[in-house]
Design a protein around this ligand. Structure first.
Ligand code: DC
Length: 228
């Protein structure tokens, strides 16, 4: 079977990265979490006080972009972690604080250009699964398989809420739902590479699907496209 490129886009918190990781493991493909890259830029901006609750100095971020180095490295157990300037930030980029600032950061054209260039370099050889918002439309427009994932707002918020609770992170369901809606709104309406379903993407609404059911559907799609 031919090794293909798989582009997975969709709304926040609908399980894209979990499914993308599983499918990459199954087919022995490389997995690339593009959201982690925008989160790492956001953490950099928070640490440098470029963004806070009242202010976002876009020009300062653009000026400091060359100082941002993002890498993915596997640990001894094979778990891939995100590194920002040689520091493992895998945990730090998943907080609600980073989630609440990431969408405005991801609207910046210069940030997107830098991330897309890196992503295209990392995914240039095929046998790759990438998840994000603009993978099928901008990063990998020629991907053999494009998937657009979604689920009902309340179901996505509940999943995210449970995940945060499991990690011991205290927040209310309403806050999580609000953050998710805000991110979807900014991601879908921004000028630069908005979240859009690529014309040739297959829709996977997982509101009523178990993880195993989703995996089976996606496996069959990858196998089908790999035969073409
Ligand atoms: O997938 P995620 O929730 O970790 O992504 C975090 C944010 O990054 C999301 O709100 C939008 C942005 N993003 C993007 O604009 N383009 C991508 N390819 C991936 C993520």
């Amino acid at each position: 079977m031919k090794k293909i490129s798989v582009a997975i886009d969709g709304h926040s918190s609908c399980g894209k990265s979990t499914l993308a990781k599983q499918i990459a493991k199954h087919f022995n493909y490389i997995y690339l979490d593009t959201g982690a890259m925008y989160r790492a830029v956001t953490l950099f901006a928070i640490n440098q006080n470029i963004i806070n609750k009242d202010d976002f100095d876009k020009d300062a971020l653009i000026e400091k972009l060359p100082e941002i180095n993002i890498e993915f490295k596997a640990d001894e157990n094979g778990k891939v972690n995100t590194y920002l300037n040689n520091q493992n930030v895998e945990e730090a980029i998943r907080t609600m604080r980073v989630s609440s600032f990431v969408s405005p950061i991801a609207t910046v054209k210069e940030v997107r250009e830098k991330m897309v260039e890196l992503q295209q370099k990392m995914g240039s050889k095929g046998g790759v699964v990438m998840d994000g918002r603009d993978i099928g439309t901008v990063v990998l427009p020629k991907a053999e398989l494009k998937v657009f994932m979604t689920a009902k707002d309340e179901i996505r918020a509940q999943r995210r809420f449970d995940e945060l609770k499991e990690k011991g992170i205290d927040d209310t369901f309403e806050n999580v739902l609000q953050n998710l809606k805000e991110r979807d709104y900014i991601d879908s309406t921004r000028e630069e590479s908005p979240l859009l379903k690529a014309e040739d993407a297959l829709v996977l609404d997982n509101s009523e699907l178990s993880r195993d059911e989703q995996l089976e559907i996606l496996k069959s799609w990858v196998e089908e496209r790999g035969k073409l």
